[in-house]
Design a protein around this ligand. Structure first.
Ligand code: ATP
Ligand code: MG
Length: 545
């Protein structure tokens, strides 16, 4: 039997101590004789059995004698009976039976080990799952966060693009309306020149007092028309701007008087002027008109009185509005506490002829002019307004690199002379306008020749001795500037006065030194411009000059 058992891999243990050691070492099953359990302290075995992990149910085979002995052996098992996996085998047992019982118990034990492996694998995957799940949560949170960030960026980009597109659309709209209006203003100025000139000639010839009053009224109407066309030209940025370094604070202060008179008694004017304001590069006369236009708009919006605040400030490049080119700016703003504008009105306010005022009260050119001057100066203008919350109009003007020069307020015109021996060539493609100048100058006693275009003018200049040319700028074929340039190749000292109802700064750049007579003009203006030009010519031809 012993041999059969050891052949089957079963080792013998002398006592319970050795048995427990073998169990600790990983025995698959234990065969115990009934006698070995009698009078033995089984507590250590009980502890081992109780400490088994959940998957383990160690199999014990207990060999007992047939009959009462088996009952006794069962009794001897004590508490083990309840907790242990015990099978009784009655003796005599055939060796083969015992070996097969041991094998089947061993197989059962191997199964338990497999269960243990499965449980361990399960616990392992559960652990891995937990780690994965917690990582996943982190990943999801991270991804959600970056998605939210990307979404925020995208929303902002869309809003920025929409704003830029709207601004571009508005700029394009204003640009095309500007082109249209500048063309109209040009033609209109020619008409007004003819009308004004003829009225003046008629006034000289008509002795009747009543007729003269009517002609004076007609003159005033023409001058109003001329103011409108000049605002149109300012809007369409076709005005000849005399930009120079300007002390805006000084300009605001000196314009204060005029504004005060315009505002009436119910409106208080406040100024908040930056004491160390940079000089701005702007045409001071135009800026004065801008302030006047804004003040009048403010007054009209404050029917029941209020406060008009004019503010100036330096804006370093870093703080400039995003749509302006790099550089420092000088800010001028005019704020009122008036009715404010609805979104609709605000969107159209800069458009020429847009007005909410009654017919005859507003031409809708004030803000257009402001916009034109700001943009042509290299800056821009912005509106802040809401119904019932007042309006702030803010201009940004480029900072001047040099200090402001003192503003000459009014250049005194030279007194008109009675003409003299001078010969003047009048060149204009518009016969009515040409007639006005020709007749006006003849009335002053000059010798006057005329030409209807640049080519005819050059022929005249080659043929006749001419002291001064009165030259229209915009003419079909060769324009006035080109004509004078060619004429001066022959007569370098030729004096010229340009006339224009439309002055594109880029076209005018080459003739900054020649005087420009803005159409429509009064005949006395023409006469004094001619006198000054002839005097200047005489002075420059003196030998000491
Ligand atoms: N300060 C302001 N408060 C409220 N609304 C204003 C203000 N300034 C302008 N507006 C609105 O914008 C419109 C256009 O202004 P803009 O100065 O171009 O023309 P106008 O004042 O109507 O006429 P004009 O100035 O040619 O006499 C005004 O009719 C008015 O509805
Ligand atoms: Mg206005």
């Amino acid at each position: 039997m012993q041999a059969a058992l050891s052949q089957a891999g079963i080792v013998a243990c002398a006592d319970l101590g050795e048995l427990c050691a073998a169990l600790d070492a990983g025995a698959a099953t234990a065969v115990i004789t009934g006698e070995a359990l009698a009078d033995t302290d089984l507590r250590r075995l009980e502890v081992w059995i109780a400490d088994q992990p959940s998957w383990s149910d160690f199999p014990f085979l207990v060999l007992v004698d047939h009959g009462n002995a088996s009952v006794q052996a069962w009794q001897n098992l004590g508490p083990l009976k309840a907790h242990a996996n015990v099978t009784l085998l009655e003796r005599p047992v055939h060796a083969a039976t015992l070996v097969s019982a041991v094998r089947s118990a061993g197989r059962a034990r191997r199964r338990q080990y497999e269960v243990q492996d499965t449980l361990a694998a399960l616990a392992d995957s559960e652990q891995r799952y937990k780690v994965l799940a917690s990582n996943l949560e982190g990943l999801v949170a991270e991804r959600t966060h970056s998605l939210a960030e990307a979404n925020g960026r995208l929303t902002k980009e869309i809003a920025d693009r929409e704003r830029a597109e709207a601004a571009l659309l508005q700029a394009q709209k204003l640009e095309s309306v500007g082109q249209l209006t500048s063309g109209i203003a040009h033609d209109f100025n020619n008409l007004l020149t003819a009308v004004l000139g003829n009225i003046e000639i008629a006034r000289r010839r008509v002795g009747d007092e009543g007729a003269d009053r009517a002609l004076i009224a007609a003159c005033k109407a023409v001058e109003r028309g001329a103011r409108l066309t000049s605002q149109l030209l300012a809007f369409s940025r076709k005005q000849r701007l005399a930009a120079r370094p300007t002390d805006v604070n000084r300009l605001v202060t000196s314009a204060g008087d005029m504004l005060f008179r315009t505002m009436g008694t119910t409106i208080q004017i406040e100024t908040q002027l930056d004491p160390v304001l940079w000089p701005a590069m702007v045409d001071p006369t135009q800026l004065e008109l801008v302030l006047l236009n804004l003040a009048i708009n403010g007054r009209d919006a404050m029917k029941d009185g209020g406060c008009l605040t004019i503010r100036t400030a330096n804006v370093p490049a870093a703080g400039r509005p995003a749509d302006l080119p790099d550089g420092d700016y000088v800010l001028v703003s005019v704020a009122d506490t008036g009715a404010g504008m609805s979104d609709d009105v605000r969107a159209k306010a800069f458009e020429p002829f847009f007005t909410t005022k009654e017919i005859g009260k507003g031409s809708g050119l004030g803000l257009s002019m402001v916009h034109g001057v700001a943009v042509q100066s290299g800056g821009n203008v912005y509106l802040q307004s809401a119904p019932g919350r007042g309006t702030t109009v803010t201009l940004y003007l480029p900072r001047s690199a040099t200090e402001a020069v003192a503003i000459e307020l009014q250049t005194t015109d030279a007194p008109p002379s009675n003409g003299g021996p001078a010969t003047i060539l009048v060149v204009d493609d518009d016969a009515d306008v040409r007639d006005i100048a020709v007749n006006g100058l003849r009335d002053c006693g000059y010798q006057v020749l005329e030409a209807e275009n640049g080519y005819a003018a050059l022929e005249r200049l080659a043929r006749d001795r001419i002291d001064l040319v009165l030259m229209d700028v915009a003419m079909p074929g060769m324009n006035g500037i080109e004509t004078i340039r060619r004429a001066r190749e022959l007569h370098p000292r030729l004096a010229a006065i340009f006339m224009s109802g439309y002055a594109d700064t880029t076209v005018f750049a080459p003739i900054v030194d020649d005087p420009l007579l803005q159409k429509p003009y009064r005949l006395d203006k023409l006469a004094s411009a001619v006198t000054s030009a002839l005097q200047a010519r005489e002075a420059s031809s003196r030998p000491d000059h």
